[in-house]
Design a protein around this ligand. Structure first.
Ligand code: NAD
Length: 292
């Protein structure tokens, strides 16, 4: 087991994508909806735009008013669904409260759903696994890439995932099961969280609660992957008390500079997958990139 430079890993993945895109007939195109003026969303979109340039992907940002009606947002999504130039569509979350998030995400053409949030794509991933899925949930893939890079044993290991959302906890748990781990999913109704986390060889935390995990909750030598992002007065903190937990864990991912940058790179991998698929008229070719 060794520590991973997550920023360098993200750059390596992005460069591998660039190697693929430069030999394609045309550049893949990612369209991103930014609805309203959420400062964090603006930062996330900007980071994706920057990395698209590095990966040889064209990005198009569609800025919509915070007051857009649900119906008008669906109409905007329909326009991009019907635009043959666009390979992949992303809706930056969260959305303003007048928008029914689930309906907006389900409106995206599944063939352009880069975040794997459409039920068809999530279903394909659950049923057939990451090798056969059209796209892979990006946070889960980022976690798996970190575990691979640090040579973590997964098969037969006891893994605890804290958080059970469709975006993070559930797909992370599924990918770990796929690789042979025995996985426990904890959430906000779990009684005595520590009872579970202390047994984990690998602990993945995606709860969105600053410093939820402290030193006394972690097994000696465990690998701890912190997915959480909590902003307080402009400072970003994880769900894990990094300094404290580093005293017992064999490796803890930092926040910022851990899972986050890799999630951008894995998102761009999905753009590549969707574009390959589209450019080959639905015959499913595989981009020459290793999943994990
Ligand atoms: P969510 O609110 O949808 O889900 C949170 C999950 O954590 C739920 O299952 C909830 O039951 C559980 N939880 C909350 N408080 C808990 C507690 N005290 N004890 C145990 N479980 C608890 O959030 P999400 O979208 O899954 O995101 C979770 C965190 O991960 C957020 O901080 C988010 O910003 C971050 N995130 C980061 C990335 C990345 O790229 N690094 C990607 C996705 C999400």
């Amino acid at each position: 087991m060794h520590a991973v430079d997550c920023k360098a890993l993200a750059e390596k993945i992005t460069d591998e994508i660039h190697n693929e895109t430069k030999s394609m007939d045309r550049k893949p195109v990612l369209a991103m909806f930014l609805v309203g003026k959420d400062p964090s969303s603006e930062i996330y979109i900007h980071k994706k735009e920057e990395q698209c340039i590095r990966a040889g992907i064209e990005s198009r940002k569609i800025i919509l008013s915070e007051n857009i009606t649900h119906r008008n947002l669906l109409a905007e999504i329909d326009k991009l669904n019907g635009n043959a130039d666009i390979d992949a569509i992303l809706i930056q979350l969260p959305l303003p409260k007048q928008i029914i998030e689930r309906e907006a995400l389900e409106r995206i053409d599944p063939g352009k759903d880069v975040d794997c949030l459409h039920p068809l794509n999530f279903g394909l991933f659950c049923e057939y696994g990451s090798e056969e899925a059209r796209v892979i949930p990006v946070t889960a893939l980022a976690v798996m890439k970190i575990l691979k890079e640090c040579d973590a044993a997964i098969k037969g290991q006891d893994v605890v995932v804290v958080g059970s959302s469709n975006i993070a906890g559930k797909p992370i748990a599924l990918m770990l099961v796929e690789k042979g781990a025995t996985v426990t999913i904890c959430h906000d109704k779990t009684k005595d969280l520590k009872r579970y986390t202390r047994k984990a060889d690998i602990l993945v935390v995606a709860a969105g609660k600053k410093h939820l995990v402290t030193k006394n909750m972690v097994k000696y030598g465990a690998i701890v992957i912190d997915v959480g992002i909590n902003r307080e007065n402009g400072i970003m903190r994880g769900d894990v008390d990094f300094d404290n937990v580093s005293e017992v864990a064999s490796y803890v991912t930092p926040v910022p500079g851990g899972v986050g940058p890799i999630t951008v790179a894995t998102l761009l991998e999905n753009v590549l997958r969707l574009s390959y698929r589209k450019q080959s008229n639905g015959i499913v070719p595989k981009p020459d990139i290793e999943i994990i």
